[in-house]
Each structure stands twice: as C-alpha cells, then as structure tokens.
Design a protein. Structure first.
Length: 319
C-alpha cells in the first residue's frame, strides 16, 4: 500500500453505511459515523452486534469493535481527521453536489473521497469542484451488505487522478474487498446493469405466468447463481464450449442465443401497468412476506458466508 489509512468517516448510516462502518472498524480503523437519523446510536449498536459474528467467521478479530466506532455530530466533525471518506447519501445529484462541496471544504487535503453511489457517476456531481478537489473524488460502489460481499466497483470520474484510483484500490484491498476498476463512466456501472438486465427478464417471466417468484429464485440459486458464484458468465460460457472453449460455444449455439436477443421469442419487456405491478408485488409478498426482514437477512447472510467459506477452502486446496 502506498499510503496508510487509519481513520475513516462514514457519511450516511443506512444499511450500506452501517455495514461499511463495521467492516472498517474490524480492520482496525478508527471510524466516525454521522447521519441525521434520530436513532443513530441504537442503529449503530445493533449493526455492530449483528455484523460482528459475520466478520469473526471471516477470520477477523472483532474484540473491542465498538470502541473504534464513534458518532460525530455533523459532517464537519466526522471528516476532520479522516484519511478516507465513504459517502452513502441519497441517489440525488443535487444532494451529492452539496455534500461533496462540504467534504472538500472540511476534510484534510489528503483525504480520499469515495461515494457508494449505485448509479450516478462522480462526474455528475463534481462539476463545480476545482480540479485539485475533483482529482480525489471517485465511486466506490459496494454490493449489499458490503461487510460480506467482496466486490467494490471503483469508478473514476473525468478528472479523478490516477493516484486516487490506486489509493482506492489499495484501501479496499486493505479491508479485504475485491476492487474492480471500471474505466468508463456509465449509469448503473457494471454490476447493477447486469443485475437490472436479469431482473427485467425475471419480472417479465413472472408477469407472464411462466413461473412463480419463489420458483424463479430456485432456478437461479440451483443453476446460474451456483455457477456464476464460482466462475462468472464469461468463464462459464468458455467452459460450456468444452475443449473448444468460447469459440466453439458461439459457433454452435450463438445463432439460437441471438434469436433470443433480437427476434421472437425474444427477451420480454415488463409491464408498466400499475395493476400488473401490484400483482407482482403481491406475488413476491405471498412468497416471502411470512418472514420478517431480520429473519430473511439472517438467512441470506448465513448462506453468503457458507459460499464464501467454501470458496476460501477451494482456493486453499488449489494453492
């Protein structure tokens, strides 16, 4: 690592911000959290209690975790001594413009300024900043919950400096994440665009009565999700071509795949009709509404930990 990160500011303490705070503290950083929500202290304490066992299962020492996390009265206090700032505010350009102007004014000149933005590129909210400030702003987009899911999409803006890109990669690597640098800004970045494409077809298939929401989830978790968790779409397709690899796959089934892409039967377009959307919502609630949010997230996180542990074991066997 080219520079040391000792203090992190977490701006915004929703689901993502609370998860980041836990992760950063588990890696030994002093963390300052700020959010206008009135229940911040209780939410933070609950998140630390819930997330600490997950991090312990990943081999981290969570002793004294809460002692490293502090509540700041406002943004200025949170970022005053920060080496890195992770912003988790609303997905609104105007909000981020105002907030990052404050971050630039109040944070140290060396602080790396990162946004968890899910879809808005940093160039959209740094236009009014001077060049030297915009040079240290970029996207660090996680997937929920970031203390468990390793990927962070590192997306530099038009004026982000290469030193800041490398610092972001080093920082996320130091907290056991897997950073991927994306060299072109595009709304939604890579992960959410892929997720949106799959979700779009999933909604269409349920709307058309092809499958129920719970059975569609079974299809994913027992086939594509299982495969992609280990190799991803391109390596999976390369292996699907047998010894001939991806070339063999394209030459032999490429035409049939292209028919799905562009001609009948084609990929579907979900309905924008309010009544149809309500039927879909009711179908999902029927499938999963009998369980509480904490129960569902506990099941999700336990399964994600099992997959991560299994992958760790396989990697160790290979080495």
């Amino acid at each position: 690592m080219t520079r040391a990160f000792r203090t992190a500011a977490v701006i915004g303490a929703g689901t993502i911000g609370l998860s980041w705070a836990t992760l950063f503290a588990a890696h030994g950083l002093t963390v300052k959290v700020t959010d206008p929500r009135p229940d911040l202290a209780d939410a933070l304490a609950e998140a630390l209690d819930l997330n600490a066992p997950h991090l312990a299962a990943r081999g981290l020492d969570v002793t004294g975790l809460a002692d490293r996390v502090h509540i700041a009265a406002d943004v200025a206090e949170a970022v005053r001594d920060a080496d890195v700032v992770q912003e988790n505010g609303p997905e609104r350009v105007e909000f981020k413009q105002d907030l990052f102007a404050t971050l630039v004014r109040e944070a140290p000149d060396h602080a790396l300024l990162l946004s968890s933005s899910s879809a808005i590129p940093s160039s959209a909210f740094t236009r009014e900043l001077p060049d030297e400030a915009a040079a240290r702003v970029l996207i660090g987009h996680p997937f929920n919950p970031p203390h468990l899911v390793p990927l962070v999409e590192v997306v530099p803006g038009e004026r982000t400096g290469e030193d800041a890109v490398q610092d972001a990669v080093d920082f996320y690597t130091s907290v056991s994440r897997t950073p991927v640098v994306e060299r072109k800004e595009i709304p939604g970045f890579v992960g959410n665009r892929l997720q949106n494409a799959l979700s779009r077809e999933a909604v269409y298939l349920v709307e058309q009565g092809v499958v129920t929401p719970e059975d569609l989830d079974k299809v994913m978790t027992n086939s594509l999700g299982l495969r992609w968790a280990t190799v991803g779409p391109f390596l999976g397709s390369h292996l699907g071509g047998g010894p001939g690899g991806y070339r063999h796959l394209v030459e032999h089934i490429g035409a049939s795949m292209q028919r799905i892409w562009g001609d009948e039967p084609g990929l579907g377009s979900p309905s924008q009709d309010k009544e149809e959307q309500e039927r879909l919502i009711e179908a999902v609630e029927k499938a999963y509404g009998s369980s509480t949010y904490p129960e569902l997230t506990e099941t999700r996180d336990r399964r994600q930990l099992a997959v991560l542990s299994a992958l760790d074991g396989a990697d160790k066997e290979e080495n």
